[in-house]
Design a binder for this molecule. Structure first.
Ligand code: PEP
Ligand code: MG
Length: 572
């Protein structure tokens, strides 16, 4: 048995026979093109470009159907690469100037872009190299008129082993009998990894030479939790992993019994568990969980990858069915938190080439600069209010003036709709995200202006600890149990409760089984969690005694060591 360790990219266990996806080496020769034929060569390139665009349309339709808008957006990255002047202008120019064949001109252009990506410090951007390969390969295969070798040859359920797997290949895995996959290249934040998680396919990436060690037909085990791959596993290892897989399947099934039951602690204290939603595609599965409402409906996706902002009509067409589906439970719509790593192509004056985008024009800051955008979004959200229970949430609040500025626009939007005869309820709650330390520290003052607060731990941790949330280099410092975070959370909950208002946590911490006992003990009223963790989190809450959790927190807020806090909370 050989055990190799890589990066755990998608959780779960797969046991089966390997299918090695051979590296299709594309050999590109430099050919001289006669001057009278260079124009034809450019035309050939343009036809291949068009064919690749058509490919992308087809892949996008598939992604949309299988995984929703969020992932279909990956294709936009590919389109952007295809439309980049480095491809559309430089390649024809090379063909014309140097009299070379299109394949060669293209491979040279791709190499230039690749080198630029490779030099990037940021892992997220470095990973986009794979998107470039993906698009480049499609384009080349059209030029070479090669059918892209697919996964369709795989007949029996298998574990795919490859040097690298492109995001577009990943989309085809489910329908091609793939139980799991392992790759030599790739990182945790690659689109391939993200897609695998969404599709719930166990995966380990970054294994260096797995594709050389494994042959088609070899028995292997993929442990997507630990990032391990076992080649020729021993009978004992197979038994152990089969048991573990069986157990996790059973656990998942057993969780079904928590659908529709209240999230009450073992000693009878009622807590609310809601879901986070990122797009309307999640509506059906999220509603099936019968949550206590939607604690956070992110609306950024509406503003990304497009040249103009969504209209009121377009937005309310989304907000109304969501509101209706959960009524009488509330739905919290958050105004768009664009900026940061969610860059828009809206052509707004502002976020361009910022050295620190997370500290730049983001969220409410963009909207206060463009009140027209804010008004349109408020109007669309308020239009949904007559269909159920709507609440509106403002992201990235750092001062009272920002709340007051937004409230003025909110009030105007409300008045306008009433004047137009829309039956908006008199009171639509307006709340803020507490995700910037300044808001947490002066929350007592901010509470005068708002109806509820929701803690965005993702950003609150990043800004309190000065740890970039998407930078792998400092990921080990991103610690939800840091004593400063525990104390700050304690302060936020206490301050809000003193005003008889409710606290939600909608950051990932609420979906983290390890952190939930801590949040319960702190007195968090509402957990807004990712749908996939919803039942598990409910189960954990129901197993905790509030009295014990409170006593533990009493000690935890006086501790100065994260590990000590984790140990204490782990015993709950
Ligand atoms: C957060 O910051 O915790 C949060 C929920 O918002 P987002 O992840 O969208 O920034
Ligand atoms: Mg946030």
């Amino acid at each position: 048995m050989i055990v190799i360790k890589g990066v755990p990219a998608s959780a779960g266990i797969a046991i089966g026979r390997a299918y090695l996806l051979e590296n299709e080496e594309i050999v590109i020769n430099r050919l001289d093109i006669a001057p009278q034929r260079v124009r034809l060569e450019v035309k050939r390139f343009k036809l291949a470009l068009e064919a690749t665009h058509r490919d992308l349309d087809a892949t996008e339709a598939k992604a949309l159907k299988m995984l929703g808008k969020e992932h279909a957006r990956l294709i936009d990255t590919h389109r952007l690469i295809l439309r980049d002047p480095l491809i559309t202008k430089d390649v024809p120019k090379r063909i014309l100037d140097e009299g070379v064949n299109a394949e060669f001109a293209l491979s040279e252009a791709l190499e230039v872009v690749n080198q630029t990506f490779e030099k990037m410090q940021d892992e997220f951007f470095r990973e986009r190299r794979h998107d470039l390969f993906d698009v480049g390969k499609r384009l080349l295969s059209h030029l070479l008129k090669q059918e892209k070798k697919g996964l369709t040859d795989i007949k029996a359920p298998s574990i795919l082993v490859a040097r690298n797997l492109l995001p577009s290949d990943t989309l085809n895995l489910r329908e091609n009998n793939i139980l799991g996959f392992v790759t030599d290249l790739g990182g945790k934040s690659s689109h391939t990894a993200l897609l695998a998680q969404s599709m719930e396919i166990p995966a380990v990436v970054g294994l260096s030479d797995a594709s050389q060690r494994v042959k088609t037909g070899d028995q292997i085990i993929v442990d997507g939790d630990q990032g391990l791959v076992l080649i020729h596993p021993s009978p004992e290892a197979i038994v152990k992993y089969e048991k573990a897989r069986e157990q996790s399947l059973q656990e998942e099934e057993a969780l079904e019994r928590f659908v529709g039951v209240p999230a009450t602690t073992a000693d009878g204290i009622r807590v609310r568990v809601k879901v986070n939603m990122d797009s309307p595609e999640e509506l059906k599965p999220a509603a099936a969980l019968r949550p206590d409402g939607v604690g956070l409906f992110r609306t950024e996706y509406l503003y990304l990858n497009r040249p103009s902002a969504p209209t009121e009509e377009e937005q309310s067409r989304i907000y109304i069915p969501v509101t209706r589906a959960f009524a009488p439970q509330p739905v919290v719509f958050r105004t768009a938190d664009i900026g940061g790593d969610r860059l828009t192509q809206l052509g707004l004056e502002g976020p361009k080439n910022e050295a620190n985008p997370f500290m730049g024009l983001r969220g409410i800051r963009i909207f206060l600069k463009h009140p027209d955008l804010m008004k349109t979004q408020f109007r669309a959200m308020l239009r949904a209010a007559p269909y159920g229970k709507v609440e509106v949430l403002l992201p990235m609040i750092s001062s009272i003036e920002e709340i007051q500025g937004a409230r003025r626009v909110f009030f105007e939007a409300h008045q306008e709709l009433l004047a137009e005869g829309v039956e908006v309820p008199k009171k639509v709650p307006l709340g803020i995200m507490v995700e910037i330390p300044s808001a947490a520290l002066m929350l007592d003052a901010l509470l005068d202006e708002v109806d509820f607060v929701s803690i965005g731990t993702n950003d609150l941790i990043q800004y309190t600890l000065a740890v970039d949330r998407i930078n792998e280099e400092v990921a080990h410092l991103y610690d939800p149990f840091h004593p400063a975070i525990v104390r700050l959370l304690h302060q936020i909950v206490e301050t809000t409760h003193r005003r008889d208002k409710k606290v939600t946590v909608c950051g990932e911490m609420a979906s983290d089984p390890r952190a939930v006992p801590l949040l319960v003990g702190l007195g968090v009223d509402v957990f807004s969690v990712t749908p996939r963790m919803f039942l598990r989190i409910k189960q954990i809450i129901r197993s905790i005694r509030m009295e014990d959790a409170r006593a533990a927190i009493h000690k935890a807020v006086r501790m100065s060591d994260s590990r000590e806090i984790q140990r204490l909370v782990g015993e709950l």
